[in-house]
Unconditional design. Structure first.
Length: 343
């Protein structure tokens, strides 16, 4: 089995230079790094991670922490929180991290008032050098606890003052979805918004209102219903709105694909055909959108790109803790499928 000494001889450099390349040191010139990486690939050398941890005092693990605001039932239950956001962004993280010597540990964390003084175990036990905070279902106390232990972090899905983040312009994403429905002739559009805890819920409602205003359509509060980010939430929100409010929407726009699937179940039970009798568009573009029947028109958040950008930010933060904070907004696009018709 080749050793670090064999790599140094093959590349014509010192052992310490090979070590610096392995640890992605910015001090190494590109041509030297190329020679070392070429030698590593030629010899099939695998770094001894345990030895690197021992000499550098770093764990060489990064944590992925999907955050929720309540303990979820089984993933297959109708009232479970859709965790496709985590799976989709993690693909982008994996795509970048496969080129580095870091391992990835995952721990789901419930950020509630009951846990306001707690930390994820992988952080508390110092098993990771940095963390990806995935999703926006947390309050200030969660972030303040992480800041106290001074762990490098990147937030995916929302912004937070003075912390690196990669997110979506939720207002614009909702705006283009509702604008699309309006372009198809729909004027009475039921909007299903998310829980108040997430800043994105407020931004989505603003996007909905902006699209209506630009089209000269009056805003009506009875056409806005609140829901958790679950299929059951979407089902109950639509049921309540259509049962208790004097409204007859021709279209529905939901704040997540899971909500849309819940709404679709309600319409199925009531023998309301989609899109013949009512149209549905949604925000997220997860696997649920493509598997639904009919397939859902959805605003794609390009979450693999969110993951790749987040991985880049965390690696840069680890190399340079004092670098300027970055808040990246990843572009969105509308994916037109079969759930909307023109009227």
């Amino acid at each position: 089995m080749p050793t670090i000494y064999d790599v140094a001889i093959e590349a014509g450099v010192s052992k310490s230079t090979v070590s610096l390349v392995i640890n992605n040191s910015p001090k190494i010139r590109p041509e030297t790094k190329y020679k070392v990486l070429t030698a590593i690939e030629k010899l099939g050398y695998t770094p001894n991670i345990a030895a690197i941890e021992l000499t550098t005092k770093r764990r060489l693990n990064l944590g992925m922490i999907p955050v929720t605001n309540h303990d979820s039932p089984k993933r297959t239950d109708f009232d479970s929180i859709d965790d496709n956001y985590y799976h989709d962004v993690s693909r982008g993280i994996y795509d970048v991290m496969k080129n580095y010597n870091y391992g990835l540990l995952t721990e789901q964390f419930t950020a509630t008032s009951a846990n306001s003084d707690k930390l994820p175990n992988i952080v508390k036990t110092k098993r990771v050098d940095g963390v990806f905070i995935i999703g926006g279902l947390f309050d200030d106390s969660f972030i303040k606890n992480l800041l106290k232990v001074k762990i490098p972090m990147v937030i995916l899905g929302r912004t937070y003052p003075n912390i690196d983040s990669v997110s979506t312009d939720s207002k614009f994403a909702t705006y283009i979805g509702v604008q699309y429905l309006i372009s198809k002739g729909h004027k009475e559009i039921l909007f299903i918004e998310g829980p108040e805890l997430t800043p994105s819920s407020r931004m989505k409602k603003e996007g909905y209102n902006l699209a209506l205003t630009e089209a000269g359509i009056p805003f009506r509060e009875e056409l806005v219903a609140k829901s958790e980010f679950t299929a059951l939430g979407g089902y109950l929100a639509v049921k309540d709105a259509l049962t208790n409010q004097n409204i007859k929407p021709t279209a529905v726009f939901t704040s997540s694909d899971a909500m849309a699937v819940g709404a679709m179940r309600y319409f199925y039970e009531k023998n309301v055909r989609i899109p013949d009798q009512i149209s549905i568009a949604t925000y997220d573009d997860t696997i649920l959108a493509t598997h639904a029947v009919p397939a859902l028109t959805s605003v794609a958040l390009n979450k693999d790109q969110i993951g790749r950008q987040a991985a880049r930010l965390l690696l840069e933060r680890l190399r340079n803790p004092k670098k300027e904070v970055e808040n990246i907004i990843v572009p969105v696009n509308l994916v037109e499928r079969d759930s909307v018709r023109s009227i």
